[in-house]
Design a protein around this ligand. Structure first.
Ligand code: NDP
Ligand code: BG6
Length: 492
């Protein structure tokens, strides 16, 4: 073995848990299979349960989506895995973990360590303290990946941030928001800043409103215990949708460097006043008695949800940005569970054409960036009805990824992000000041909802959410055009 070789150890804290099983190990498998890991990477799982590698494999394997001829490769993958059993609050157990990692690093000149905290927030503090005490690399770098929730409000988040800041340097902390790893979220910067035609119209002079939507067609599905403590605003809006918001609204950074991009995100957040209750619609799904299967069950029918809970499963908020570019343009951010479809998108709705000469028939242009499913960018626009008619009709310029990039596989968000951590790229991770601004915007609202026990409006499982939300969007200037129909292009 060459004397100058480095090795890396990826440590899954909470290796016996759900996130590890469903997301982290499958991601590590994909990186291994695609040979994307840096050379000499090993994986160590750590948790309280006593598990052999064979037992770990049995738990994880159903989630690996193995191809028919991948059994051997899968065996090889588990061959780079180790597992250490230990408590989260015992220093000796972490000494034991450190000894295991140290053993794996023998023969290498530098050993890098990545700790992934796939753990409940209740043990974040003690685990990070013990990592710092016992497990930091003395020969290479150490990085800690933290999963949301990053606190429940500004105060708890600041507490966690200052705890982490007391242990690690900011460049050692990777706060993961997996939406930042999605193809179309990463594309937002390119669409905005590598296309000359968009820059001049990306402001209050041309844009009437921006709608950022997250919809899921299923309910909490036995995850009600966790969800009920947080609700949809903390679960999705304050993090995933706010990240999309930042990339849509921020100014152009001086460069592509992580620091410059994150500076601009913080800057735009600083221009957003705290959201007020009047700017919000809250909903909670009820079962559809006419439906079949899960649809029959409302949020309160989930046995893991406390009786009589008033936690919102749907929220719409109108965000305002008090800066020169956006003053007066509402950013309508909405998210919900148990809705009519799965969809995440950004919809930029432009203003009506001034000085109309088409008798009010021109509909507004919309630029839609669909994050998922079926990634696409389309610009809804008016065109002359082809043929002898001189009527005008709605049509679109359509970049559908499946058609244009047919054979290009899009990696899962976690794959990109974990690889970024190996290479020390922090662009797609949340900085502590960004987090503080995000909580500043949402905390007064969340506290008011909790304090005044604001009841959400019921909406039926499988619907588009509470009708009040459409009324609010309309009141803010959003204009729905039911006449638009998309004709899926036929292959030619
Ligand atoms: P939709 O018609 O689905 O929705 C347009 C917007 O209007 C959304 O913000 C939607 O909100 C809102 N809306 C929908 N129904 C109502 C209502 N009854 N009252 C008030 N607001 C409403 O999307 P598009 O017009 O962009 O496209 C139509 C269809 O064509 C979609 O299925 C789209 O996916 C498809 N299409 C696909 C393309 C592609 O794959 N490349 C390209 C172009 C179109 P909400 O999101 O809450 O429902
Ligand atoms: C998670 C939320 O962060 O994101 C879940 O906790 C939500 O409630 C999930 O379902 C959505 O992620 P994706 O990648 O499936 O859109």
């Amino acid at each position: 073995m060459s004397a100058s070789k480095e090795c890396s150890t990826f440590i899954v804290m909470g290796a016996s848990g759900d996130l590890a099983k469903k997301k982290i190990y499958p991601t590590l498998w994909q990186l291994y299979k695609k040979e994307l890991f840096p050379a000499n990477t090993k994986i160590v799982g750590y948790a309280r349960s006593a598990l052999s590698i064979t037992q770990l494999k049995e738990r994880v394997k159903p989630f690996l989506k193995l191809g028919a001829d991948e059994e051997k490769k899968c065996d090889d993958f588990f061959g780079i895995n180790e597992y250490v059993r230990g408590a989260y609050d015992e220093k000796e157990a972490f000494d034991n973990l450190a000894a295991k990692i140290w053993k794996l690093e023998q023969g290498f000149t530098a050993g890098n360590r990545l700790f992934y905290l796939a753990l409940p927030p209740s043990v974040f503090d003690v685990v990070t303290t013990n990592i710092k005490l016992c497990c930091m690399s003395k020969t290479g770098w150490s990085r800690v990946i933290v999963e949301k929730p990053f606190g429940k409000d500004l105060e708890s988040s600041e507490k966690l941030s200052s705890h982490l800041a007391g242990l690690f340097k900011e460049e050692e902390i990777y706060r993961i928001d997996h939406y930042l790893g999605k193809e179309m979220v990463q594309n937002l910067m390119v669409l905005r800043f590598a296309n000359c035609i968009l820059g001049p119209v990306w402001n209050r002079n041309y844009i009437n409103n921006v709608v950022i939507t997250f919809k899921e067609p299923f309910g909490t599905k036995g995850r009600g215990g966790y969800f009920d403590e947080f609700g949809i605003i903390r679960d999705v809006m304050q993090n995933h949708l706010l990240q999309i918001f930042c990339l849509t609204a921020m100014e152009k950074p001086c460069s592509n460097a992580a620091g410059d991009i994150r500076d601009e995100k913080v800057k735009v957040l600083k221009s957003v006043p705290p959201i007020e209750l009047d700017d919000v619609v809250l909903g909670q799904y009820v079962g559809d008695p006419k439906g079949e299967g899960d649809i029959k069950e409302g949020y309160l029918d989930d046995p893991t949800v406390p009786t009589g809970s008033i936690t919102p499963t749907y929220a719409m908020a109108v965000m305002k940005i008090k800066n020169e570019r956006w003053d007066g343009v509402p950013f309508i951010v909405k998210c919900g569970k148990a809705l009519n479809e799965r969809k995440t998108e950004v919809r930029v709705q432009f203003k009506d054409v001034p000085g109309d000469i088409f008798e009010g028939k021109a509909k507004r242009n919309e630029l839609v960036i669909r994050v998922q499913p079926n990634e696409a960018v389309y610009l809804k626009m008016m065109t002359k009805q082809p043929g002898m008619s001189d009527d005008i009709v709605e049509s679109e310029l359509d970049l559908t990824y499946k058609a244009r990039y047919k054979d290009v596989p899009l990696p899962d968000a976690y794959e990109r992000l974990i690889l970024d951590v190996f290479y020390g790229l922090q662009t797609n991770f949340v900085r502590s000041d960004e987090l503080a601004e995000a909580w500043r915007i949402f905390t007064p609202l969340l506290h008011q909802i909790d304090r005044e026990k604001i009841k959400p409006t019921p909406y039926v499982y499988g619907s588009r959410g509470p009708p009040e939300a459409d009324a609010k969007a309309k009141g803010e200037g959003f204009c729905f055009s039911p006449s638009y129909k998309w004709n899926k292009p036929q292959p030619f």
